[in-house]
Structures are given as structure tokens and as C-alpha cells.
Design a protein around this ligand. Structure first.
Ligand code: SF4
Length: 177
């Protein structure tokens, strides 16, 4: 085989592998149940931190949603949960977490998300996001900071996994990575 043919063969293999990886990534996204749209941010690989966190200096917030999807009605943060949705609906902390991601998207991209989404193993749950929800979340944040200052309540463990599963992670300034 001449060198030119070998080069074309190698290029063909590289292209095929890239195509298969792209198709697999699309399939994983489809199976995850996240909304239709272009995925512009993905932080689902905990071993390799490839995405920078979203930051809102004015609110003192930082966080990494699992996905950010550019849907037809705006940017939507999506949080994946490996368990089923509780019968009574999302926990308060989970709602606070996704609302915090909406605040981060709004401040980092200058565009108000129409909602956030919690994607459980069995269903997805949209979390409404309005100015009122933003204010409520910032109020909760203020209360948490105040409580921390007055009662000096601090993290009492070293378990990063516990923080990763915690609904207050996005609003906690002592969360472990
Ligand atoms: S993120 Fe970690 S330190 Fe913060 S409240 Fe949750 S478990 Fe505690």
C-alpha cells in the first residue's frame, strides 16, 4: 500500500471513531430525557472537570449544572438525579439548587431562563423561574449566610460525594468538589 492510501485509511478511521463518539454522546443525551436543543454546557463527567463553573459575583454564587441546553425558548439548566422523583415532588433543596442555576445562567449569560429542569430517573420536573423565584432564592441565601455568621455553623465532614448529592451545593460556600 502506498503512503497516500495509508494516510487516507488512517483519516477514514479517525473520522469514523469521531462519528461514533458523537453518535454515542447524542444517544446518552436523548436517553437522559433533557429537552431538545443544543447542549452548550455539560458537566456530567465528575472525574474530568472540563467545564468552568458559572459565577455570579453580585450574588456570591457559583455552580455547575449538569447540562445547559439552548432550547427554542431560552437557555435551560438541567440537573440529573439518579433516583426517582419523590412522590411529594422535588425536595426544597433540589428546587433551590436548580433556581440557583437559573440565577447563575441569568447573570452569566444576561438571558433569563424560562425554567430549570430536574431530570430524575423516572421523569423530568420543570422548575419555574421568575423574578419572584430569584428574589426568594437570594433571600434564602442571605438567611443561610446570616445563620452561618451568627451560629458559626460549618461543614462537619470531608465527603465530597455527600456535597455532590446535596441540594444546597449551589448555594453553599463550603461545598467540597
Ligand atoms: S454542600 Fe456539603 S457542606 Fe454544603 S450544606 Fe451540602 S453537604 Fe453541607
Amino acid at each position: 500500500m502506498d503512503p497516500m492510501t495509508i494516510s487516507f485509511a488512517v483519516l477514514g478511521i479517525v473520522f469514523l471513531v469521531a462519528l461514533l463518539m458523537w453518535a454515542r454522546a447524542r444517544q446518552q443525551i436523548r436517553q437522559s430525557g433533557i429537552p431538545d436543543g443544543r447542549v452548550v454546557y455539560q458537566d456530567t463527567d465528575r472525574r474530568h472537570n472540563v467545564e468552568l463553573p458559572l459565577v455570579s459575583p453580585s450574588c456570591g454564587l457559583t455552580g455547575k449544572p449538569d447540562y445547559l441546553v439552548e432550547a427554542s425558548n431560552g437557555l435551560i439548566p438541567v440537573e440529573l438525579k439518579s433516583r426517582n422523583c419523590p412522590r411529594s415532588g422535588p425536595h426544597e433543596g433540589e428546587v433551590a439548587q436548580v433556581t440557583a442555576y437559573c440565577v447563575l445562567v441569568e447573570d452569566a449569560f444576561g438571558a433569563t431562563p424560562p425554567c430549570g429542569i430536574i431530570q430524575y430517573a423516572d421523569r423530568s420536573w420543570p422548575i419555574r423561574y421568575t423574578l419572584k423565584d430569584r428574589k426568594r432564592l437570594l433571600h434564602i441565601l442571605d438567611e443561610m449566610r446570616e445563620a452561618r455568621n451568627t451560629r458559626t455553623a460549618h461543614r462537619d465532614h470531608q465527603h465530597a460525594a455527600r456535597c455532590r448529592a446535596c441540594g444546597y451545593r449551589a448555594v453553599c460556600d463550603e461545598a467540597l468538589d
